[in-house]
Design a protein around this ligand. Structure first.
Ligand code: GTP
Ligand code: MG
Length: 582
């Protein structure tokens, strides 16, 4: 039977078996601190006989038994010293053996690291950075599969723009920011206090809206296909047809057909794209379908990466056995063709000054979600497009369930050691899945995006994102189960914080407590560092625990890899220390 000790315990396994036979040999007395002991030439430790410890030692039966008899002869003394020397040698051998055993165990038991933080905080992106750094071959193997997520992200950004310029936008938006608490908004860039000058009753959409809607209509169909592709691994066509029927039949939901957003996810289901149902009914002219404002997530048990990478079914029909890279653009069914044909219309829409003005008026900052791809329309819709590292890092796919990744270290210092990283879903209805990992984890990397002080949660538009991060942080650092777990804090999305401040957004309009301190990057990042640090200081159950805080932009590969290396060394060393391996 194996019993886990609390904290770091996964590395220390208590076996309820008989003790090792060598443990029956006599052990030498424990070494005492230098002020309480000294050694003679035969390396035998002798108590310093001041009156205090003599009294103590005489009352200690083991110590008393080890003291030489007062009338010891020279021959007896030699015999005793020989016996002690032998005992010490055996003891040293045991120590060596235990050390070797611990090293073996250390290699077998992986270091477990949990990535925590609210949804869109950057957990999955951090995991991708670990992959890029430690298993670049695996990262490369998945690169092509990310093409489909990137396409979907781009199509959804276009859809969000169409939503924003639609005559029905105000109706939809009032529902999103209204009283219902359904998980129905991708609120990454919606601001709580909207003070734009556009009157909701007078807005009729921008000029040319119908034209854009018409030219971009094929993308709406493509969106459904991409969702189907990402959800499927085999039997594609049959399942796609079924899924399309299911999807579109949800466009006029009866109240009973709406999935409760609070229902816990069915983690046992193997493969499913979750399309949360929206209670908002689109108007007759609207491009909005029930999915338009919602995020797509693929269950972590889905095998979409494998299914969509080269060697899977996305091979060119001309090379069914070779799995060659060349050729998918020769497949007339590949999604790239629709994107490529719609590329000029997408560019016209994105560059249209009226559209840009509308986005500014509505304070829709698409760059905070996957709007990054809008700046790269021509490159991404090219027929032979292959995602770059940054494209993959910025691809957004919400996590549901828990993803486990194993890394084996090859450096001399940590050779043979493996590291398991768990990436969890961060939205409120996913957090219940975190707790089972708490009693068996060695370190936590907590991500708090500090650019989000003016945003609300997608799943709950009444909650400010930064406030949610602070509350979540407090609950993690004060958790007794985690008191011996190393914690590293990434204050993330610093690049977006900088951009937001450059655009003139003021922190004190959203956090009154900031007062009239300077509204610059250094002052604000320092402020957040202190705020999160103070919470740890006040609530940690372990006052010895050191907290490491990094200011990060985890989409920036060079800087993130430097941070990851130092975090990795810190976690491994503190784990070795806590496990008694150092
Ligand atoms: N510009 C910028 N974008 C970031 C940064 N960190 C993450 N992102 C982007 O933010 C989006 C969300 O990041 P994810 O890593 O998917 O977030 P997550 O924490 O895994 O979210 P859930 O899976 O919903 O819990 C992705 O498109 C990322 O590329 C950052 O530091 N800067
Ligand atoms: Mg994720």
């Amino acid at each position: 039977m194996r019993m886990h000790l609390p904290h770091f315990s996964n590395e220390i396994i208590v076996e309820e078996n008989p003790p090792h036979p060598l443990l029956h040999f006599p052990r030498i007395p424990p070494r005492l601190p230098p002020d309480q002991c000294s050694s003679n030439s035969s390396s035998t430790f002798i108590f310093r006989m001041n009156s205090a410890n003599r009294n103590h030692s005489l009352s200690d039966p083991i110590t008393a038994a080890l003291l030489p008899p007062p009338n010891e002869s020279a021959a007896d003394r030699e015999k005793r010293l020989r016996a002690e020397e032998q005992a010490k040698k055996i003891s040293d051998d045991i120590d060596e053996m235990l050390k070797a055993e611990r090293n073996e165990r250390r290699k077998k038991n992986p270091v477990k690291v949990l990535l925590l933080g609210q949804s869109e905080s950057g957990k999955s992106t951090t995991l991708k950075q670990f992959q890029l750094l430690h298993t670049p071959a695996a990262f490369n193997a998945e690169r092509i599969a990310w093409r489909f997520v990137i396409y979907l992200n781009l199509v959804r950004s276009i859809r969000r723009i169409l939503d924003a310029i639609s005559p029905d936008y105000e109706t939809l938006n009032s529902h999103i920011l209204g009283d219902d608490e359904d998980e129905n908004a991708d609120a990454a860039s919606l601001i709580i206090s909207s003070t734009d000058g556009t009157s909701s009753s007078s807005y009729h959409g921008i000029r040319g809206y119908e034209n854009y809607q018409h030219r971009l209509a094929p993308l709406l169909v493509l969106e459904q296909r991409l969702i189907a592709l990402l959800s499927d691994e085999e039997d594609n066509e049959e399942r796609e047809a079924t899924r399309l029927i299911t999807t579109w039949s949800a466009s006029s939901p009866s109240p009973g057909s709406v999935r409760s957003p609070k229902a816990p996810p069915d983690l046992s289901a193997s493969l499913e794209v979750i399309i949360p149902q929206n209670v908002v009914q689109p108007g007759p002219n609207s491009p909005l379908s029930p999915q338009s404002t919602q995020e797509i997530s693929v269950k972590t048990t889905s095998n979409w990466k494998k299914a969509l990478s080269l060697g899977g079914r996305m091979k060119s029909p001309k090379s069914p056995h070779s799995g060659e890279l060349a050729g998918w653009w020769e497949d007339p069914d590949d999604p790239v063709h629709i994107l490529n044909r719609c590329s000029p219309a997408m560019l016209d829409l994105w560059k249209d000054p009226n559209v840009q003005q509308r986005l500014v008026d509505k304070r829709l900052r698409l760059e905070e979600s996957s709007g990054f791809y809008l700046e790269e329309i021509s490159r991404i819709t090219a027929k032979k497009y292959i995602p770059t590292d940054v494209d993959v890092l910025k691809a957004r796919l919400k996590t549901t369930g828990v993803v486990e990744h194993t890394f084996a270290f090859k450096t001399a210092e940590f050779r043979g050691m493996t590291w398991k990283i768990y990436d969890v879903g961060g939205s409120k209805n996913q957090r219940h899945a975190w707790a089972p990992f708490f009693d068996d984890v060695n370190a936590i990397i907590f991500l708090a995006p500090i650019s989000t002080f003016d945003q609300v949660l997608a799943e709950d538009p009444h909650v400010n994102r930064l406030e949610d991060s602070l509350l979540l942080w407090k609950s993690i650092v004060s958790n007794r189960l985690l008191s011996n777990v190393s914690i590293i804090l990434f204050l993330n999305k610093c690049d977006l914080l900088q951009a937001k401040l450059d655009a003139g957004v003021r922190l004190n309009q959203h956090m009154v407590s900031y007062g009239d301190r300077p509204n610059d990057y250094d002052s604000i990042s320092n402020y957040f560092r202190n705020k999160f640090g103070a919470l740890h200081q006040s609530y940690t159950p372990n006052r010895e625990r050191e907290l490491y805080i990094h200011l990060t932009s985890v989409t920036d590969t060079r800087r993130t890899h430097t941070i990851i290396s130092s975090v990795r060394d810190f976690i491994l060393k503190s784990n070795l220390k806590m496990g008694g391996y150092m």
